[in-house]
Design a protein around this ligand. Structure first.
Ligand SMILES: NC(=O)c1ccc[n+]([C@@H]2O[C@H](COP(=O)([O-])OP(=O)(O)OC[C@H]3O[C@@H](n4cnc5c(N)ncnc54)[C@H](O)[C@@H]3O)[C@@H](O)[C@H]2O)c1
Ligand SMILES: C[C@@H](O)[C@H](N)C(=O)O
Length: 374
């Protein structure tokens, strides 16, 4: 008897044996052949995951913008229970993250360890943030390929094997110079010119393949450049839009590494993380796609500087172009078309450029005043 039919038979007998009335949350198992590493001696239990509990048990890989104590985590923990959201990374968490709830070391390249974490903690949702961003990826292509592609394969296999709901973020960087730029629709040519972009297109395609082939509940949003107040940028092309706030408050001067007229889609962190939670909670039948663009605003360094100077007129902004980042930015979308996300699951952003600048200056300004006092 083919393995998979055996597994589903065992599953049915097991459930009848327990007289379990509840509808188990099982993997939508199709006639498939699992790759060898997914079928282990106790495989019969893998196809019968625990019945849907009242709330998901969430594992988040890789801090997000240093914002792991962000809306995403705070609202997840409020909604699902503090101990039901586990953060993981290969780097030590800041103390406020460490003391806010469960944190565990996890290297996504260590398949066995990742699998143990998922099983030992009965994880049902996986939010996979670990990755190398665009500029840092170009500086270390082999590490980016390993983390962003091999690491992703581990995540996909474990999610499919254990019937997890999986979120993987993609990016404006998943498009390239031959993609329409203004606006960029969900479905169009994607030939990115960075290892980061290539790895994110791979993530989109592999996630959708696992969804159609193995029934994996894969969900993906293409994030614009994300701007958050309490973190240092992670080595991306849009980092300038975070750095300007820190430098304006700290020194009153900012040297921008992109040309003044470089237009890119951007989003405030709270909008981004709310979108992530909303798409994760959307009923599957509302999703006509599994990978969506989400948009909030698009601006140039010049427009951002002008908005900052409305609050801090003395801030001096100069330009010293980083040609690697400039070439990447020139190949990316200028505006995102996110009409499918707005139609399918009601996406809408809250922060435009004036609200973003006001919020960022208030947050960083109050932080630096606190720092000066201390
Ligand atoms: N920041 C943005 O503007 C933006 C935009 C679009 C998409 N995204 C996506 O969001 C995610 C997080 O981005 P970010 O800005 O927080 O990046 P970041 O570089 O700040 O964080 C990435 C995290 O991954 C971790 N990591 C690296 N190698 C790892 C490994 N082997 N195992 C486990 N963790 C590992 C790092 O320690 C780091 O904490 C990424 O997938 C990125 O593609 C970010
Ligand atoms: C845009 C996003 O993916 C990231 N901030 C980068 O620039 O690489």
């Amino acid at each position: 008897m083919p393995v998979i039919r055996a597994l589903s038979t065992v599953a049915k007998q097991a459930l009848q044996g327990f007289g379990c009335e509840c509808q188990p949350f099982t993997i939508a198992v199709r006639s498939i052949s699992f790759s060898p590493r997914q079928v282990t001696s106790d495989a019969s239990f893998h196809s019968v995951s625990f019945s849907e509990t009242a709330h998901p048990k969430v594992l988040i890989t890789g801090k997000f913008l240093g914002q792991t104590f962000s809306l995403d985590v705070v609202s997840c923990r409020k909604q699902f229970g503090n101990n039901n959201v586990i953060l993981s990374d290969i780097r030590k968490p800041p103390s406020h993250v460490f003391h806010s709830g469960p944190f565990i070391y996890s290297d996504i390249l260590d398949y066995k360890n990742l699998r143990e974490i998922v099983v030992n903690n009965r994880i049902t949702w996986l939010i996979h943030y670990s990755a190398l961003l665009s500029a840092v990826g170009e500086a270390n292509v082999s590490l980016a390929r390993s983390v962003n592609i091999t690491g992703l394969h581990n995540i996909l296999d474990i999610a499919a094997e254990h019937g997890l709901r999986l979120f993987v973020p993609s990016t404006i960087g998943a498009f390239g110079p031959t993609s329409p730029r203004n606006p960029t629709p969900d479905l169009c040519v994607q030939r990115p010119r960075t290892i980061y972009g290539v790895s994110k297109v791979h993530a989109e395609l592999m996630g959708e393949y696992y969804h159609h082939r193995y029934g994996l509940d894969f969900r993906c949003l293409r994030y614009p450049g994300i701007i958050s107040a309490d973190s240092q940028p992670g080595g991306g092309t849009t980092d300038y839009a975070v750095q300007i706030f820190h430098d304006a408050i700290k020194t009153g001067k900012f040297e921008c590494n992109l040309k003044p007229d470089t237009r890119l889609p951007m989003m405030y962190i709270d909008d981004c993380l709310r979108a992530t939670l909303e798409v994760m909670e959307a009923p599957a039948e509302s999703l006509s796609m599994r990978t969506y663009n989400i948009n909030a605003m698009s601006f140039t360094p010049e427009e951002l500087a002008t908005e900052v100077q409305k609050h801090m007129p003395d801030v001096q902004v100069t330009y010293k172009v980083d040609h690697v980042r400039q070439a990447i930015a020139d190949s990316w979308p200028q505006n995102f078309d996110d009409s499918n996300a707005r139609k399918d699951w009601g996406w809408k952003h809250d922060y435009d450029l004036p609200e973003l600048v006001q919020t960022m200056l208030n947050f960083i300004g109050s932080d630096s005043r606190v720092a000066r006092v201390n």
